[in-house]
Design a binder for this molecule. Structure first.
Ligand code: PMT
Length: 223
């Protein structure tokens, strides 16, 4: 029997990739499938939470009982996530948000020209950092994918974004990161303290991270 230890808590999850359109038929994106975030949403609902899942374009069915908000771009993801952030107790940011978008997306399909093409990109809002700036009672969990100096870089991200911890996963390692059903992660705290978890299903990672987030929430709010 699943314990309903998240009853009364509102969990906000971001998932999937974002798409940053250059013109009506082309975009910048990444291979996130949404599996990690959908697993978190599914387990949180099973444990009694009220769950809002803000997802970029993926081909997964919404877990039952979850409020799903579909978005495409990082700006849309920010707007949707911030519209429910006020009510959230735990936030789990699994989304692979594009860091940049086109400065001037074209309304018309751009014709091919001779020679090289140059695209002017501008930075997207950092959703997790924006939440971190007004965190208050909430616990914020991020993810990070790093090819090198993973723990240091993840700890730096946790500090900059004011996240309670970051789960570092490894793009070049089989059974970790984009697309598959498993993940191998290291929990990294802002202090740089870290704990490597063995490879397990994304569902099991979700379960374990929700337990760690709830512990942090209880500690912070003495509930
Ligand atoms: O969807 P799957 O196929 O299951 O794959 C899961 C995953 C590999 C996408 C996931 O486990 C993961 O690692 N997600 C984060 C990817 C990443 O590289 O994040 P980042 O280092 O760009 O960002 C760090 C954190 O800040 C993340 O929690 C991210 O959601 C958040 N962020 C980043 C940029 C931005 N503009 N806004 C954000 O909120």
């Amino acid at each position: 029997l699943t314990p309903k230890d998240l009853a009364g808590r509102h969990v906000l999850v971001t998932a999937g990739p974002t798409r940053e359109y250059l013109d009506p038929v082309r975009f910048v994106s990444n291979p996130s499938s949404g599996k990690m975030g959908f697993a978190v949403a599914e387990r949180a609902v099973a444990r009694g939470a009220l769950v809002t899942l803000v997802s970029g374009p993926v081909s997964l069915p919404a877990p039952s009982g979850v409020t799903l908000m579909n978005v495409e771009s990082a700006v849309q993801m920010r707007d949707a996530a911030m519209s429910v952030f006020g009510a959230a107790d735990l936030v789990v940011a699994t989304a692979a948000v594009a860091d940049y978008r086109a400065a001037e997306p074209s309304n018309e399909k751009q014709a091919k020209t001779q020679g090289d093409a140059v695209i002017h990109l501008v930075p997207n809002p950092d959703i997790l950092a924006e939440m971190g700036a007004s965190k208050e009672r909430r616990v914020l969990v991020g993810f990070a994918m790093e090819t090198h100096a993973g723990v240091e870089r993840a700890a730096g991200k946790a500090r900059r974004k004011n996240a309670d911890f970051i789960l570092l996963n490894y793009p070049a390692r089989e059974g970790s990161g984009f697309g598959g059903d498993d993940n191998e992660v290291t929990l990294v705290r802002p202090s740089g303290e870290s704990e490597a978890w063995p490879r397990m299903s994304k569902r099991a990672v979700a379960e374990r991270l929700l337990t760690a987030a709830l512990e942090a929430y209880i500690q912070r709010n003495s509930v």
